[in-house]
Design a binder for this molecule. Structure first.
Ligand SMILES: CC(C)(COP(=O)(O)OP(=O)(O)OC[C@H]1O[C@@H](n2cnc3c(N)ncnc32)[C@H](O)[C@@H]1OP(=O)(O)O)[C@@H](O)C(=O)NCCC(=O)NCCS
Length: 211
């Protein structure tokens, strides 16, 4: 079976309203449709890599190719898990978690997006809680970092609510313009999950990651 060779396919995180897991190919296509319908207002680019600037067809294709690229370049020393976020059984966005040399650094970084129709209902908070609990309680992380371009009130709002502290800034070029990236950091000692996050398939993933 696939999960015998690729245990991440059996990993699932549950929140009160969401499931986070890897999609099958048809679910990935549905996720691409969500992205093509729009992720953010056209006058505010929230991403350092402006992958949402293309046509709906280009955005959809890039969701699929990016997902396969992340899966295809998976490395135990430098991994990324691009969880699809399911709300009422339908894909609505992505919550990624990544780490380099995790066995030593014990640090993860997160990134996310949701289809615009799903913003502002607490979904972004629940999906971040899910991967933070996976990191701290599941994998034994010491810290989690994130970042958001200044002006991204929703992303910064999620981080603020969950107890991250500011951790410096970056000066970045996005679409030919200067943008300031606010870095954020959350340590294990400051983390307390606001709800339980049942996890399926964790044991096999820990073994797979050498943890
Ligand atoms: C970032 C994102 C995933 C957040 O998801 P979400 O479901 O909208 O977030 P939530 O509803 O859980 O929480 C957003 C918080 O920010 C707050 N917020 C949103 N807009 C705000 C504004 N303009 N000013 C102040 N606070 C704001 C909300 O009030 C909420 O906090 P609260 O629960 O304390 O009221 C989603 O907005 C998104 O996909 N945005 C586009 C892509 C993106 O920016 N990705 C992140 C790149 S760093």
């Amino acid at each position: 079976m696939l999960i015998d060779h690729w245990p991440l396919q059996g990993l699932s995180l549950q929140t009160p309203d969401l499931e986070l897991r890897l999609p099958d190919n048809e679910e990935l296509a549905a996720l691409a449709d969500v992205a093509a319908a729009g992720i953010h207002d056209s006058d505010f680019m929230p991403f350092l890599v402006p992958w949402t600037a293309g046509s709906p067809a280009e955005v959809a294709r890039s969701v699929i190719l990016h997902h396969w690229k992340i899966i295809g370049s998976f490395d135990v020393q430098d991994w990324r898990i691009p969880f699809t976020v399911f709300y009422q059984g339908m894909p609505v966005g992505v919550q990624t978690i990544r780490a380099k040399n995790f066995a030593v650094t014990r640090e993860v970084a997160t990134g996310s997006w949701l289809g615009k129709a799903y913003h502002g209902r607490g979904i972004g908070t629940q999906m971040r809680v899910a991967v933070l609990e996976f990191a701290f309680a599941g994998l034994g992380a010491q810290s989690a970092i994130s970042a958001a371009l200044v002006g991204n009130a929703a992303s910064l709002g999620v981080s603020r609510k969950l107890g991250y502290r500011e951790d410096g800034i970056g000066r970045e070029e996005v679409q030919g313009k200067l943008r300031v990236d606010q870095r954020l950091r959350l340590d294990k000692e400051q983390w307390s999950a606001p709800f339980g996050v049942p996890m399926k398939g964790l044991e096999k993933v820990l073994e797979f990651l050498g943890l």
